[in-house]
Design a protein around this ligand. Structure first.
Ligand code: FE2
Ligand code: FE2
Length: 376
């Protein structure tokens, strides 16, 4: 849609437009004492013409953050801190500790031999491994070994704990949770495991061995929980799938070759409240601009490039994280002539879709590209 259309759509026709008078101000005050209010004083704010995200587009650059994340190891122990995490604080959403919209994210560091206590919470969580050797996660007794660019789930209500093997190296990963959403819904519980640690009850990596074969479903294993039984999604098969997908069809105009991580039982999103995807932007890819509802947090798994978000350019390279707030125009570019770029992303799409709130539109003017407002 065009700017002119937006302005027309946002005209004051049919909207509350009442000027304050001494009588009205006294009336409002009288209402306030009874815990009520006049709708026309707030209607335009609480019913906007279109989503107005309070989140700002931000890029968090790993070269600035990595040293600070590592320094937390000297400053606090995991026992005292609970989790040694530097969280991403969107300047528009700092009051709820959100990275974007109702999504939380942080960078967690663990040294070899460290182990966090097992716990469970109402928030769903995911983890994207950034660097290090020997990281593992245990979910309801299923232990998963983790390497760079692997993606692991710890869904709502599951007992989980993370650690790094004694012969590993310092590990950093990105956490992604729906904490702000669960808190907004006032539905959050948190519990520490009664034994502090949980026993590993299955062969290591059994979740991948049982559920991870593409196109095959195990005959005698039942699963009815509202999240994927495949807790770990490995980088190598994901990248290989993207290369094949990209080689076999034309690019999506906005996203290049994008694949969603799926629950192998349902084919749907990996968890009830958060979805995730990995996309490949081939060398020279110049995506067109679009916008949609939902909040999106991107992690550069490979390569470098830039995105234009609401007219502002954000350069990114491997391990940087950036966000696209709901209804923000965005377009992604891989300017390299030789290297592809891969973007991991997690989002609240399952919520948007289930509640019937997903909407999307393409940028119509200027051959589908936003005019650049300012460099970042
Ligand atoms: Fe947790
Ligand atoms: Fe998009």
């Amino acid at each position: 849609m065009t700017k002119a259309y937006d302005q027309y759509r946002e005209s004051t026709l049919g909207r509350a437009d009442v000027e304050d008078t001494p009588e009205l101000l006294a009336y409002y005050e009288q209402l306030r004492t009874l815990d009520v209010g006049a709708l026309w004083t707030v209607a335009n704010k609480i019913e906007p013409w279109q989503p107005k995200s309070e989140s700002l587009p931000v890029v968090w650059r790993y070269k600035e953050l990595r040293e600070l994340v590592l320094r937390s190891v000297q400053l606090v122990t995991p026992e005292k801190a609970g989790r040694r995490v530097v969280y991403l604080n969107n300047p528009g959403r700092s009051e709820v500790s959100a990275a974007v919209g109702w999504l939380y994210s942080g960078l967690q560091v663990m040294h070899p031999g460290e182990l966090a206590s097992a716990h469970a919470h109402s928030s769903s969580a995911l983890r994207f491994i950034m660097e290090g050797r020997g990281a593992y996660t245990i979910v309801d007794g299923h232990k998963m070994t983790l390497g760079a660019n692997d993606f692991v789930l710890t869904p709502n209500g599951t007992w989980h704990e993370h650690g790094v093997e004694a012969d590993g190296s310092p590990c950093i990963w990105q956490d992604g949770l729906d904490i702000p959403l669960v808190n907004a819904l006032e539905a959050g519980f948190y519990a520490v495991h009664p034994d502090l640690q949980q026993a590993v009850g299955y062969p290591v990596d059994d979740s991948v061995n049982i559920w991870g074969a593409a196109g095959l479903r195990p005959h005698d294993v039942r699963w009815s929980k509202p999240y994927s039984p495949l807790f770990k999604y490995q980088w190598e098969p994901t990248y290989e799938a993207l290369l094949k997908y990209s080689a076999s069809r034309d690019d999506n105009l906005f996203d290049g070759a994008l694949m969603h991580y799926t629950n192998p039982v349902s084919g749907g999103h990996v968890m009830a409240t958060m979805g995730a995807s990995m996309q490949l932007l081939r060398p020279g890819f110049k995506g067109k601009a679009h916008r949609h509802t939902g909040s999106f947090l991107y992690h550069v798994a490979k390569g470098e490039g830039h995105s234009i978000i609401n007219g502002q350019r954000f350069d990114w390279r491997e391990r940087d994280i950036f966000c696209v707030p709901s209804w923000a125009w965005h377009e992604h570019v891989n300017a390299s002539h030789s290297e592809d770029a891969c973007l991991f992303c997690f989002n609240d799409l399952p919520v948007m879709e289930k509640l019937g709130l997903y909407r999307e539109e393409a940028f119509a003017d200027n051959d589908g590209h936003q005019p650049l407002l300012a460099a970042n």
